[in-house]
Design a protein around this ligand. Structure first.
Ligand code: NAP
Length: 277
């Protein structure tokens, strides 16, 4: 079975659009880009397109690459204080003279669309209701859409990055999965991955996961994105792994579209909290 992220995204966007229209919700997303990163521009375009579709206003702040950290912080503070702004995204990466963690950490946690601020991560750690990072939430929504049980499943996550692997391990643990996290220093990776009911790879190492590393009948989720000779490759050797997997994400077309949909999901959650005080 193919876990079709595009199809699920389209269904979700239609639901969000209807909700925004029926409830007459005024939602505004502020996106800040510092510098000229080409990949970032594509990601921003995808976010804008989804927001336009559902009826969310996007305000873009395209700052020159030599913008100082203090200028960026002033803008974040201004947007934090602006009641018309529902959510804020600081697009990563930023130029090297800017500390991304420090600046994104200054976003008001109630407007933290990416779920990266200390308050939201702490709530994730505590197992409380929180704004989840969009890729983490997208992966969970995709698994749930296809009625794949998470509680009790042996989940192996390859990659412990701050955007995907690490927060995903906490979120799935909170959902009663048994979670193992592997990384670049892990010995005998295949011994772990072969035990996974659900195998999630988020490394950016192209075709790291081969057929002989996957259990027959496993669910395989490919998060990785690598650009090799102008082609986008995932972490999973899809053509071969699909022969033995029960379910697998295409890449592209799996996790990426879900990540974009979850931006809208998080904005709706924030709007709901705003309206409820
Ligand atoms: P990251 O912070 O660079 O983390 C990568 C992780 O992979 C690290 O923990 C690293 O181990 C591990 N790793 C690298 N090579 C490995 C190997 N050969 N064997 C085992 N582990 C290995 O990256 P990230 O931000 O979490 O993102 C991970 C990937 O997901 C990237 O390709 C990124 O582009 C993609 N991504 C996709 C989406 C989407 O929507 N589709 C969203 C976000 C990210 P160490 O910790 O030991 O170095």
């Amino acid at each position: 079975m193919i876990l079709d992220g595009k199809k699920v995204r389209d269904e979700l966007l239609d639901n969000y659009k209807e909700k925004i229209k029926n409830e007459n919700l005024a939602i505004k997303l502020a996106i800040i880009l510092v510098g000229d990163n080409e990949a970032s521009k594509i990601y921003i375009r995808n976010k804008e397109r989804a927001c336009d579709y559902v009826g969310i206003v996007v305000e873009k702040y395209l700052l020159a690459a030599d913008t100082s950290e203090s200028e960026l912080i002033s803008l974040i503070e201004k947007l934090n204080d602006d009641p018309s702004v529902t959510g804020i995204i600081l697009q990563s990466p930023v130029p090297s003279h800017i500390d991304f963690d420090k600046c994104s950490g200054l976003i008001n946690s109630r407007k933290d669309v990416d779920g990266f601020t200390a308050y939201n991560i702490y709530n994730l750690y505590l197992g409380h209701d929180t704004i989840l990072p969009c890729t983490v939430k997208g992966i969970i929504k995709l698994i749930e859409y296809y009625n794949i049980p998470i509680a009790g499943a042996n989940v192996v996550i390859v990659g412990r990055g701050n955007i995907v692997g690490h927060p995903l391990s906490l979120a799935l643990l909170n959902m009663d999965a048994t979670v193992t996290v592997a990384h670049s220093k892990t010995k005998n990776l295949a011994n772990l991955t072969k035990n996974a009911d659900i195998l999630i790879s988020a490394t950016g190492h192209p075709h790291l996961i081969k057929k002989d590393m996957v259990k027959d009948g496993a669910v395989v989720i490919d998060v990785g994105v690598s650009r090799v000779d102008g082609h986008i490759l995932g972490d999973v050797d899809f053509e071969f792994v699909k022969e033995i997997a029960y379910a697998i994400t295409p890449n592209p077309g799996g996790v990426g579209p879900m990540t974009v949909a979850m931006i809208i999901d998080n904005l709706l959650m924030m709007k709901g909290r705003e309206n409820n005080g």
